[in-house]
Design a protein around this ligand. Structure first.
Ligand code: FES
Length: 169
């Protein structure tokens, strides 16, 4: 079992300063892998390769097996999230109001699919089941903002507004 100081040292070797020490007090217990992966993702927003190597060393599970676990669970990400998270609703109300066209328009404008991030790191696209404002369908959210009664054209305009905003920053 590693002591806190040893863990800090190990983490600093891997560039994990400020890592969530508490969750990294691995004591050989079964089932520690998932909490460790969750901890890494909470800290970084995704699970970096270096964290996988580190976890592998600590729990003694080969990195390849850990990759297998990560790709099995949809909650885990191997790449950082984009600056703007787009949640496109494909729930029933939105679906009957042509959410598919909105999704296609966004995918084509950004050249990414579901759960992917644009090359420039500006957008991540996520399809969701319901955003809880069905009367506004079809609906998307970008970060905390909700946009309803969308058309493919309006969706493209919105993306351009976010791009322009990003250029000003
Ligand atoms: S189904 Fe889209 S907001 Fe509810």
């Amino acid at each position: 079992m590693l002591q806190t100081e040893e863990i800090k040292l190990e983490q600093s070797k891997h560039g994990f300063s400020g890592f969530k020490i508490e969750l990294w007090k691995y004591q050989g217990e079964m089932g520690a892998l998932i909490p460790l992966l969750q901890s890494a993702q909470e800290t970084y927003g995704y699970i970096p390769e270096s964290a996988i190597d580190y976890i592998s060393e600590i729990v003694g599970i080969p990195s390849a097996e850990i990759y297998g676990v990560i790709t099995f669970y949809s909650q885990f990400r191997l790449k950082p999230m984009g600056k703007n998270i787009i949640k496109v609703c494909d729930g029933t109300a939105c679906h009957v109001n042509a959410s598919t066209m909105i999704i296609r328009a966004i995918e084509s404008e950004l050249q990414i699919g579901n759960d992917e991030t644009t090359e420039d790191g500006l957008f991540t696209l996520q399809k969701v089941a319901c955003l809880g404002c069905c009367s506004l369908s079809p609906v998307i959210m970008i970060n905390d903002e909700t946009y309803g009664r969308l058309t493919p054209k309006k969706a493209q305009q919105l993306l351009n507004e976010y791009r322009e905003q990003a250029q000003k920053e």
